[in-house]
Every structure is written in structure tokens, then in C-alpha cells.
Ligand binder design. Structure first.
Ligand code: FES
Length: 155
């Protein structure tokens, strides 16, 4: 007589179950991390340590009067303006409206955001357009032949 084998008659294979459980758990965890990490990277601000460092924005005689240049300050752009009077001003070049990069307009002597026509004066204050706040202003110092930009809040 032939005997049928039921599931309860089979020998237990705990090692195999443990391996399968580990693989399934690892897959679920990897999926969760790959889903959450980009969201957290977008929502949380980047480390600001780099922004606190001195940044060489230009050489002393690099900019003519009434001109400007975009420089990299940490992981963000900054804008160094040499006014028509020869003074230097430095700001974050990130528009406070929706984060477009601003530019200097020589004819108007102002800082302009092309995205939505936001205008800032050379103190960084909003003149017109949608930006809700002034541009963050930085200090500019000459150090040898370099123009060094630092955050004003640093003491
Ligand atoms: S992003 Fe600059 S005005 Fe909108």
C-alpha cells in the first residue's frame, strides 16, 4: 500500500526558512531605504559646514567696476559684485523666491532673477517681484591677492 506524504510529515528545514526570511527582509529593507533616502535628501538641508568656510571668490583686480561674477560657496552659488564706485559686495546668488540663480545687471545696477523678474538692490534688499526675503549678504575681505568671502554671522 502506498502512503501519501503530507506537509506535516516532511522534515523541518529551519536553515532554509531562515535564509529565505533573511533574503525577503533584506529586500524589503533595501526597497524602503531606496524610497526614503531621496525624499530625506530633498527635504533636509545640506550640511552647512562648507558655507562657513572662507571662500576665495576672485582675485583683487579681476573684476572691473560695475561688474560681477558668480562663484561657488560651498555647494551653492554666490555673487560677487564690484559696484560702479569700486566697492565689493557679496551675496548668496540663490533667489529667495524659488532658488534660481540671480545675476548682476550692469545697466540697472541691480541684481536680477530672470525666473520671475525678481529685483534686488546692491544691499540685497528686494526692490520688486516675488522674492519674499532679501539675499543673504556675505563679508568680503582682501587677503593678499585674493578676495575672500565669509558669512557675516561668523564671529
Ligand atoms: S525664482 Fe527668483 S523671482 Fe522667482
Amino acid at each position: 500500500m502506498e502512503k501519501t506524504v503530507s506537509a506535516s510529515d516532511r522534515p523541518e528545514q529551519p536553515g532554509r526558512r531562515r535564509v529565505l526570511g533573511f533574503l525577503v527582509g533584506s529586500g524589503v529593507m533595501a526597497s524602503f531605504v531606496s524610497f526614503v533616502y531621496p525624499i530625506l535628501s530633498f527635504v533636509l538641508p545640506p550640511q552647512s559646514g562648507e558655507l562657513d568656510a572662507d571662500t576665495v571668490a576672485a582675485k583683487v583686480n579681476e573684476l572691473a567696476a560695475n561688474s560681477a561674477k558668480i562663484f561657488r560657496m560651498g555647494n551653492r552659488p554666490g555673487i560677487l559684485v564690484r559696484t560702479a564706485d569700486g566697492d565689493y559686495r557679496a551675496f548668496s546668488a540663490v533667489c529667495t523666491h524659488l532658488n534660481c540663480t540671480v545675476q548682476y545687471r550692469q545697466r540697472e545696477h541691480d541684481i536680477w532673477c530672470a525666473c520671475h523678474n525678481g529685483v534686488y538692490n546692491l544691499q540685497g534688499a528686494v526692490v520688486s517681484g516675488p522674492p519674499p526675503k532679501p539675499l543673504e549678504q556675505f563679508e568680503v575681505h582682501a587677503r593678499g591677492q585674493d578676495l575672500v568671502v565669509t558669512r557675516e554671522s561668523r564671529t
